[in-house]
Design a protein around this ligand. Structure first.
Ligand code: SF4
Length: 480
């Protein structure tokens, strides 16, 4: 016998979930962009009647993949407008037509591949020249009905975005799939290592490592500007007889980045005092480096977590450079006999810097003081550095030096590394390859790397319909 009311969950749910955002209303201001995204995602539209605002028929062959990060809302949709051939591109959803301009999509390079602007209704003016779909006349049910449905989407629909390899992969013994992932991960390790080696041929192993490390600190959005700053490192330096403090180095890196705020917050005295000090130090050096300063527009800061802000990453890098012993520390770490369970923490210890009066307490130059101090580097970024740069670098040096035992150490650590933070590419890959299920074999960073390699090798060369992708065939043949 049940000890709770049979309707407890649904009652609780009705009280607490969704009603504030998906409420039936004839009042358009209560509509949310999220609601329109859900409608598009699940295609709760009269799909055979769709028309753009200029009266052309619109067929949605694939709605694309929901992008939960900066940029257009849906990537890689396939649509057909009028009698034109089907086209592939992104879809942007805004509540109002004017959102195209007011949200800054116009002229934004991230929106260059948008082929359809979708909005609630056709009212208002728009500067957008793209075909536009208004949802309002084409909903396949009243909003009140959609409201309830969208909160409990059938699993089979959520899984309808799965790729053609999903079914053969489901039939594959897990051990076999794990082997494929390992093999794909090895290809990825070699590719990263070869890139570091190619750079090392021009500038030496140490500089090649710095460039890789800076790039990885740029996370996915700011790899190139961070690499550019690393490329400038050999040009930096103090004047003869002038000692270079960590503070001067930090001012140099931040000044070169173009990311030093020009305005004080005027709300946070401790931040403003520190910013003034950095500017004072940078002014003394600015002229020497004026032609190297990066344009601020090079950085992509929208939607960035404060912990990943390049200001903070550059402060960390300044401390590494100032200490001058990072590479020795990494070499000691690499040669030390370590239990697999200790890999991450031991690397984190080697990479960590001392607590800092400013950066341990503020994420960025705009942040309020934190309640508790935070380290300048966390385990997730240490994992990224290990898997994408440090271990490929050691692996390649061992291969180049024909040192088999060291190559094996690098490989063992790479394949034993605990899994990294989830990301949007992995989430999409799980949706397409496994119908959204969580896969037990993805429990190491190498397995995640293998999956990313499969995406790079197959999904990136196909489309949302998996046209011409030979991976399903490859998986089927594995079984025979
Ligand atoms: S493109 Fe290929 S690998 Fe990607 S989901 Fe489709 S069938 Fe699978």
């Amino acid at each position: 016998m049940s000890i709770i009311s049979p309707n407890l969950y649904s009652q609780w749910r009705a009280r607490n979930i969704g009603t504030h955002t998906l409420q039936e209303t004839s009042d358009p201001p209560l509509l949310t962009e999220r609601l329109l995204q859900l409608v598009w995602h699940y295609q709760r539209l009269l799909r055979d009647q769709l028309q753009t605002l200029d009266g052309q028929s619109l067929r949605v062959l694939h709605p694309g993949f929901w992008n939960h990060e900066a940029g257009p809302d849906f990537r890689d949709a396939i649509i057909q407008i009028g009698s034109a051939p089907a086209q592939r591109g992104d879809v942007e959803i805004d509540l109002r037509r004017g959102g195209w301009r007011s949200h800054g999509h116009e002229g934004n390079p991230s929106y260059q591949k948008v082929i359809l602007h979708a909005v609630w209704d056709g009212e208002g003016k728009s500067s957008c020249v793209l075909p536009t779909l208004a949802f309002k006349p084409f909903l396949d049910a009243p909003l009140s009905e959609l409201n309830g449905w969208l909160g409990r989407v059938p699993e089979e629909l959520a899984a309808s975005l799965k790729g053609q390899c999903c079914s053969p992969l489901a039939d594959l013994p897990p051990s076999l799939f794990l082997e494929i992932l390992d093999q794909a991960a090895e290809i990825r390790l070699q590719a990263k290592a070869t890139q570091l080696q190619a750079r090392a041929r021009q500038i030496g192993w140490e500089q090649s490592l710095w460039e890789g490390m800076f790039g990885a600190l740029g996370y996915k959005n700011n790899i190139w500007p961070m690499r550019r700053i690393a490329e400038l490192l050999p040009a930096l330096g103090s004047k003869p007889g002038e000692p270079e403090s960590v503070f001067d180095l930090e001012a140099q890196l931040l000044g070169l980045s173009g990311l030093l705020p020009e305005e004080l917050t005027r709300l946070r005295p401790s931040v403003d005092a520190y910013l003034r000090r950095v500017w004072d130090a940078w002014w003394r050096q600015r002229e020497r480096y004026s032609d190297l300063i990066l344009p601020r527009a090079l950085w992509r800061l929208n939607g960035l977590r404060p912990a990943n802000h390049p200001q903070r990453r550059l402060a960390l890098a300044a401390r590494w450079l100032s200490a001058g012993d990072l590479i020795v520390k990494l070499e000691n770490w690499f040669l030390a006999p370590l239990d697999d369970n200790a890999l991450l923490n031991s690397l984190l210890t080697a990479l960590q810097v001392n607590a800092d009066d400013f950066w341990s307490w503020h994420w960025t130059f705009r942040s309020a003081k934190m309640a508790k101090p935070q380290p300048l580097l966390g385990p997730q970024r240490a994992t990224d550095l290990a898997v994408n740069v440090i271990l490929p670098w050691f692996w390649m040096r061992a291969v180049a030096g024909k040192n088999e035992p060291l190559r094996q150490i690098a490989e063992h650590r790479y394949f034993s590394w605990p899994k990294a933070e989830d990301n949007s590419v992995l989430r999409l890959a799980r949706q397409r390859l496994f119908g959204g299920k969580n896969i037990r074999s993805l429990k190491t960073a190498a397995a995640q790397q293998g999956l990313l390699q499969i995406v790079r090798d197959f999904c990136d060369h196909s489309n949302a319909l998996c046209e011409s992708c030979c991976f399903p065939e490859f998986v089927r043949k594995l079984k025979t």
